[in-house]
Write a protein that binds this ligand. Structure first.
Ligand code: X8Z
Ligand code: ZN
Length: 602
């Protein structure tokens, strides 16, 4: 055949289609401008609707939230579709990043279908409200909410009383089960429509690398940290065995989940006395909860103290509206989502936190955590709205946590919490301080990793419907060496008793934060010339540390996270080394303690 016969028609098609509808970089810029304008117009009202929905859980507020949820979902899906039309158009790096962010900015997408979007919004809204207003009644006049159950779990040393509270709260999970599964079904369909394999791929594709590679990275770092966690788990198990007796301890090397001083066993700070003080007669440990209570520091003062830390680094004071519009104390007369959160309502300076603060050390740390989000917002709110976000979600979670590493005895003396004498005594006992930090920071590592491992299995179908709860406990055992104290009912849904499951908040972010906070800390401490052990370094009052931190925060999500990490630390890699360096003295102490113990679980 004459070659011109088939070449010619193609040339004609190409030349005909060009002038009328080929997209250009100008079109992409116009589209991105439209998205920005839409965000500015719709964002603040939607945020107010969500704020009301979380602050006043009522029939009507949930209707409004579900309606906004549906409408926003449809808008975002239309945008993602339009963004994809620029896939082959040559645009600047910055526009390309914006287009990619628009295509992947979903947590639980529905298909582009009014009725499925509506069903999904109804279910998600209902699940979060079920958690927020969750109560378990032992009798008609004896109903307990999460905070009531936590007041037992956090403090009691009575095995049976603890068990009753632990099981009591988990009753709220089972009614969520079928709704959760339906939500996942719709979310998977929506993810496929967006070009992903499903929700798992969507969730793990947000880290500037292919999802499989990211998963391997998280696993690599976990293998670095596991020996430290394992030695802490072993020590905890032996000390708890002393407290509760070996009859009550499982023989497989694990710890029952309800005696760790926390509803989910995710921080063991409340059993610090059992794990350190009782056996070491140091007497010099700092009990922040007692200090806060003895000094009669109010909830708002706790927030002011945390704000002052940020101001000492050169951040701008929080606006008047923050103090007026935030929720600091649990209201007595209505249901609210008490789980702490930070809000950026108008991408300018309407910044708020919502928290049911209790006067204790745990909430003092959580306040720093929340203000970390707030000052991140403040640092990047000058950027185009598409770039308003953390370098990745782990960075957003790590900022406030970074500061908690600087709450050293010397810092506590500087802010008048303890005397110079007490600070000196506390500094003598570095294991006490490291143990207190580890019961939060090290304990969180496997927990924050296993939670999304569970979700990944549910999302991609490798976990069968009937194994939903047993796979949760398999993973808790595998990663944390923690087991359920009782056989769980066949329709139990224990993941539902943890906020982030019904609320669909991805959790790998906290895993990343737990690692990044030490990378940030070690690097800043070096840059400000700190010499000596890392746990003695505080960046409080250090302008240079503040500048370095702000330089990274103000990038928002305009650059990949590796570039942001490099800006602060000089390294582009997630690494467990800084965490291990920080806890090195504790690891040695634990190894000595555990020398003759049978560690590990099967
Ligand atoms: O959910 C939170 C914050 C809000 S972003 C209070 N955190 C995780 C949790 O409570 O489970 C902080 C630590 C981990
Ligand atoms: Zn957070």
């Amino acid at each position: 055949m004459n070659k011109f016969f088939w070449v010619l028609p193609i040339l004609i098609i190409i030349s005909c289609s060009q002038p009328s509808n080929q997209l250009t970089e100008q079109d992409a810029i116009a589209f991105l401008d439209k998205v920005e304008a839409q965000d500015a117009a719709l964002g603040p009202t939607a945020s107010s609707a969500y704020w009301i929905g979380s602050n006043f859980i009522t029939y009507d507020s949930q209707k409004v939230v579900a309606d906004f949820g549906k409408r926003y979902q449809l808008i975002a899906l239309e945008r993602a579709r339009e963004a994809a039309t620029f896939d082959d158009v040559k645009v600047s790096d910055s526009s390309r990043r914006k287009l990619n962010l628009i295509k992947s900015s979903f947590v639980m997408p529905s298909p582009l279908d009014e009725s499925l979007a509506s069903e999904l919004a109804d279910i998600s809204t209902e699940l979060e409200a079920m958690y927020g207003s969750g109560k378990h009644c032992f009798s008609a006049s004896d109903c307990w909410d999460l905070e009531a159950f936590e007041s037992v779990i956090d403090k009691s040393r009575n095995y049976q009383e603890l068990l009753k509270a632990w099981e009591g709260w988990r009753n709220i999970g089972s009614p969520m089960r079928d709704k959760y599964l339906r939500m996942v079904e719709i979310g998977n369909q929506g993810s496929k429509d967006l070009g992903y394999d499903g929700l798992t791929e969507l969730w793990f594709s947000k880290y500037d690398m292919p999802s499989d590679e990211f998963r391997d990275e998280t696993e690599r770092v976990w293998q670095e940290l596991k020996p430290l966690y394992d030695s802490l788990q072993c020590h905890a198990r032996y000390e708890l065995m002393d407290e509760y007796g070996s009859d009550l301890m499982p023989s497989d090397g694990t710890i029952p989940a309800h005696i760790l001083g926390n509803m989910w066993g995710q921080s063991w700070a409340n059993i610090y006395d059992l794990l350190y003080e009782e056996t070491n007669e140091s007497g010099a440990s700092i009990d922040l909860t007692s200090i806060i209570q003895e000094k009669a520091i109010t909830e708002i003062e706790m927030v002011e103290i945390a704000e002052e830390f940020f101001l000492s680094l050169g951040f701008q004071p929080l606006p008047e509206s923050f103090w007026k519009r935030s929720l600091f104390v649990k209201p007595a007369d209505r249901d609210v989502v008490c789980h702490a959160s930070a809000w950026n309502l108008d991408s300018m300076d309407d910044l708020r936190i919502k928290m049911c603060i209790e006067k204790n050390a745990e909430d003092f740390a959580t306040i720093h955590h929340e203000l970390g989000h707030i000052f991140y917002y403040q640092a990047y709110n000058h950027l185009p709205s598409i770039f308003e976000g953390g370098a990745n979600d782990g960075f957003h979670e790590a900022v406030g946590d970074l500061l908690t590493l600087s709450i050293t005895p010397h810092y506590l003396n500087q802010i008048g919490f303890i005397t110079e004498e007490e600070a000196r005594a506390a500094s003598q006992d570095s294991i006490a301080l490291l143990m207190q930090q580890a019961l939060d920071g090290v304990v969180a590592v496997p927990w924050t990793l296993m939670l999304d491992r569970w979700r990944a299995g549910v999302f991609d179908g490798t976990t069968a419907r009937e194994d939903l709860n047993s796979s949760w406990w398999d993973l808790r055992k595998e990663y944390q060496g923690i087991t359920s104290p009782v056989l769980r009912d066949k329709d139990a849904f224990d993941p539902g008793a943890k906020y982030h499951i019904p609320a669909n908040t991805p959790y790998t972010r906290y895993y990343l934060a737990r690692i990044l906070q030490y990378q940030f800390h070690e690097s800043l401490c070096k840059q400000i010339g700190h010499e000596g052990p890392l746990h003695e370094c505080s960046i409080y009052n250090n302008e240079l540390a503040g500048e370095k931190l702000r330089a990274m925060l103000s990038l928002g999500q305009s650059k990949d996270w590796q570039t942001a990490l490099e800006a602060l630390t000089g390294s582009r890699e997630l690494s467990g080394k800084s965490l291990l360096n920080y806890y090195q003295p504790l690891k040695e102490w634990l190894d000595e303690k555990n020398a003759d113990r049978a560690c590990g679980w099967n």
